[in-house]
Design a protein around this ligand. Structure first.
Ligand code: SF4
Ligand code: MG
Length: 318
């Protein structure tokens, strides 16, 4: 498998004043293969959006490394940085907030074309119209403003804007969370079609586990700044190893209860602790139904417990 992006021991801490540090992402490692969709799931505040924003350089990493197409992302400058800014694009959760209300759809989608000097005049307009058609809109929409569109249409505009600079890697940060359930599948299907047509690689960030399974080849589970498990989607959903993943999945309705194994609902006690002062040892131990003595004193190692199935939990240490 061809690795397009490699993340090693990534940390992103935020100084929030009075000597307090939020350990939003604290030592996360994973690879993404060219052409795949890696899903990233976890409750809000687990660090999944922070990872996305650090990968695309909206934030500087506190420690660790990000390698994209063999190059250290933190070292990019000049032409290479400009190229990177084309190759990696982001789609945001709230299509309302991410589209400038005073710009026409034409100018919104053409922004990247302008920045990167890809086309002007008639050619620029032609490209935008093609992009509109690619995402299921059309030329009649070009002169309109974001408020004239529904949430699903606005997300299509956001996707067209991302595609305008011909990226090969797209970070989608909860792209469907703000949409009606009936519209979510349409946007996900559009993303899948575009992935096939254009050979795109996706990092798909979400808290809805059922939709993540549907779109992702592999899924990583985050808890309080750590990745706790990573596996192929089917395996993760059918045979989760980490107690946190088990709990998350126990809340997902089983599509066909006759054929699928029944799952006992696991209710976690307490709230997610603060990322300013996370628990010692395993960060999940204050809520883990299977916690042992060692979980309070030793940080569980990230290890490949089964082929291509990674987990950080003392239950899987020999
Ligand atoms: Fe639970 Fe311990 Fe595993 Fe953490 S390391 S998930 S506390 S069993
Ligand atoms: Mg988020």
């Amino acid at each position: 498998n061809d690795v397009i992006l490699s993340v090693k021991e990534l940390k992103k801490h935020f100084d929030v004043g009075r000597g307090q540090i939020v350990q939003a992402v604290d030592g996360v490692s994973f690879d993404i293969y060219r052409g795949e969709t890696l899903g990233l799931v976890g409750e809000s505040g687990c660090g999944k959006s922070t990872i996305g924003r650090t990968l695309i350089r909206l934030y500087n990493a506190t420690a660790g490394s990000i390698t994209f197409k063999g190059k250290d992302v933190s070292q990019l400058k000049g032409k290479e940085l400009k190229q990177f800014n084309r190759e990696m694009q982001m789609i945001f959760q709230d299509p309302y907030a991410s589209l400038n209300p005073r710009m026409t759809v034409l100018d919104i989608i053409a922004e990247g074309i302008d920045i990167h000097g890809l086309a002007t005049g008639e050619e620029r307009r032609k490209r935008v119209v093609e992009l509109l058609e690619t995402v299921g809109l059309n030329e009649d929409h070009a002169e309109r403003y974001p408020h004239e569109f529904s949430g699903g249409q606005r997300q299509r505009i956001g996707i067209a804007r991302a595609l305008a600079v011909e990226p090969d890697f797209i970070i989608a940060d909860e792209p469907i969370s703000a949409l009606d359930v009936s519209i979510q599948a349409q946007v996900v299907n559009l993303m899948r079609r575009l992935q096939k047509e254009k050979g795109l690689t996706y990092l798909f960030i979400a808290h809805d586990l059922s939709m993540v399974k549907y779109i992702s080849d592999r899924v990583g589970v985050m808890y309080l700044g750590n990745m706790v498990e990573l596996a192929e989607s089917d395996e993760l959903y059918d045979e989760p190893l980490h107690p946190y993943t088990e709990a998350l999945l126990s809340a997902v309705p089983i599509p066909d209860p006759k054929t699928a194994k029944t799952r006992e609902r696991i209710i976690l006690q307490g709230d997610v602790p603060s990322p300013i002062n996370p628990p010692s040892g395993c960060r999940f131990r204050t809520r883990c139904p299977k916690a042992m003595d060692i979980c309070a004193t030793a940080v569980p190692v990230w290890k490949e417990a089964k082929p291509n199935h990674f987990v950080a939990c003392h239950l899987y240490n020999d």
